[in-house]
Design a binder for this molecule. Structure first.
Ligand code: AHR
Length: 501
């Protein structure tokens, strides 16, 4: 049994956590839209054609904001194709994923779906094939009350109320050679600055996200960030980060350590933002939007076999293991640790496509393993982030160096009466005796200890066994004055909920 000591300082919260840390993402990709959120012929579809079983699961996750319509898809998307009477909408070829796109879901339908889901929309603009003209028309169509050509067009489409989308992404992964219309940092930075200027002239309260690198492995990282920020310091409110963890072969130790690389990525971007701010002599603090993050590797081989130009193909349908859920939990801990700079994040994605929710056309919807750490963080990870230090034994890894077996982060609830400690154990075979000292509270007691684990680290939830990997309550956690003692199982995700005064 490993001995792990930790401290939580209740007296000095790191920051208020922005609820939008628990955002997600739906792209016109694979079956995310068609047979994911939208399936008019499904027995459980509502009058708008949305699957109510999926809506219920999304509501359970309490997702505050959903990025839409891409992703790579956004970079060649014409928003006009997805508005107006469905019968006259144009079917198009989606070049990003080489799929057919009937455009039966567009801005209006998605706004409606998001409202039903209880989510705000983060609208991603096409800065691949388009520019200032089309994006200023789009924002007028979406947000202007009426009396102009594009706002009246929305009225004529049966939507008199403006959508009032507040958060706009100025393109997607514009540094990526796979992107339709990819650009150099200078080209992108100038375009984003001018589009941003137009959007802020329309409404200065809009929050704009400029593209950072598509990942820390890009050859232009982090010079891309520095150049783009130099050009867009005035217009940008957020800088985006994207990251996906992959398992190579059966190397679990490296895979479980991937989030240490993610943390280094965040730190570099935080420093670059400060560097650019100093160069601009600016007081403004641009925040980070990790608007794509997840585990993604199971579906890599299947992607090559998909028939091109089919509608709603089975693409990127990763079936997640318990091990993947631990990595997602470790991602969430890192996001919380940097909640002062990371104000928004989107689990990529939400339904079917690298997603916590899976569906079968005409059939059921179910929760993947990764659903649970995200659910726990979304439910109990709101409020104030508390400084949490963990002294854990570590393992040596060729790619990541020293990786601590245990990682943890704590949150004080908005009413100040609960502390939740999120904790992951990366050891496949060692339990940990956790002793965590909580400063700043007079009375502490254990409310519950939830654990996600399974004897088989590769266990999954699927249509036949949708509840093979589910959280359960653990016994034995106790508090002695200010000391919490709990046993943390090998390969487990833990949620220790404490009542505090
Ligand atoms: O989320 C899947 C894809 O990953 C997105 O379309 C793209 O932005 C990223 O490369």
């Amino acid at each position: 049994m490993m001995q792990v000591k930790a401290t939580v300082d209740g007296g000095f919260p790191v920051c208020e956590i922005d609820d939008r840390l628990y955002g997600s993402f739906i792209e016109h990709l694979g079956r995310a839209i068609y047979t994911g959120i939208y399936e008019p012929s499904h027995p459980g579809a509502d009058a708008d054609g949305f699957r109510t079983d999926v809506l219920e699961l999304v509501r359970e996750l309490r997702v505050p904001i959903v990025r839409y319509p891409g992703g790579n898809y956004a970079s060649a998307y014409n928003w006009e194709d997805g508005v107006g009477p469905k019968a006259s909408r144009r079917a198009r070829l989606d070049l990003a994923w080489r799929a057919g796109e009937p455009n039966l879901v567009g801005i209006g339908e998605f706004a409606r779906w998001a409202k039903k889901a209880g989510s705000e929309v983060m609208m991603a603009l096409n800065l691949g094939t388009r520019g200032i003209e089309e994006t200023r028309n789009q924002v007028e169509y979406c947000n202007h009350p009426g009396g102009t050509y594009f706002s009246d067009l929305r009225h004529s489409h049966g939507n008199p109320e403006p959508y009032n989308f507040k958060v706009w992404c100025l393109g997607n992964e514009m540094d990526g050679p796979w992107q339709v219309g990819c650009k150099t940092a200078e080209e992108y930075g100038k375009l984003a600055r001018e589009v941003g200027k137009a959007l802020k002239l329309f409404d200065p309260s809009l929050q704009l996200v400029v593209c950072g690198s598509s990942g820390p492995g890009m050859p232009t990282f982090p010079q891309w960030e520095a150049t783009v920020l130099d050009l867009c310091q005035e217009q940008a409110d957020f800088l985006s980060l994207h990251t996906y963890a992959k398992k190579v072969g059966d190397d679990s130790a490296t895979f479980l350590g991937e989030t240490t690389q993610f943390e280094a990525f965040i730190k570099t971007v935080e420093s670059t933002v400060e560097f650019a701010r100093a160069r601009a002599r600016s007081k403004k603090r641009i925040k980070l939007s990790v608007d794509e993050w997840n585990v993604w590797y199971h579906s890599d081989a299947a992607a090559a076999k998909v028939e091109p130009w089919s509608v709603g193909p089975r693409l990127l349908e990763d079936v997640y293991t318990l091990e993947d859920a631990l990595v997602v939990g470790a991602f969430l801990i890192v996001l919380l640790r940097h909640a002062d700079s990371v104000r928004m994040a989107c689990l990529a994605q939400l339904v079917n496509t690298i997603a916590p929710i899976m569906t079968e056309p005409g059939g059921p919807a179910w929760r993947q393993t990764i659903f649970y750490p995200f659910l726990h963080a979304s439910l109990y990870g709101r409020g104030r982030a508390l400084p949490t230090s963990v002294a854990s034994p570590a393992y040596e890894n060729a790619k990541h160096g020293q990786v601590p077996y245990l990682d943890a982060m704590s949150v004080l609830s908005p009413n100040g009466r609960e502390v939740t400690v999120f904790c992951v154990n990366r050891s496949p075979d060692s339990k940990a005796a956790l002793e965590l000292r909580l400063g700043g509270f007079s009375k502490i007691s254990v409310l519950e200890h939830l654990v996600l684990s399974h004897p088989d680290p590769l266990a999954v939830n699927d249509k036949a066994h949708p509840e093979l990997v589910i959280p359960r309550k653990a016994q034995g956690a106790l508090v002695d004055r200010d000391l919490l003692k709990a046993t943390i199982e090998p390969y487990s995700w833990n949620v220790l909920r404490l009542s505090v005064e």
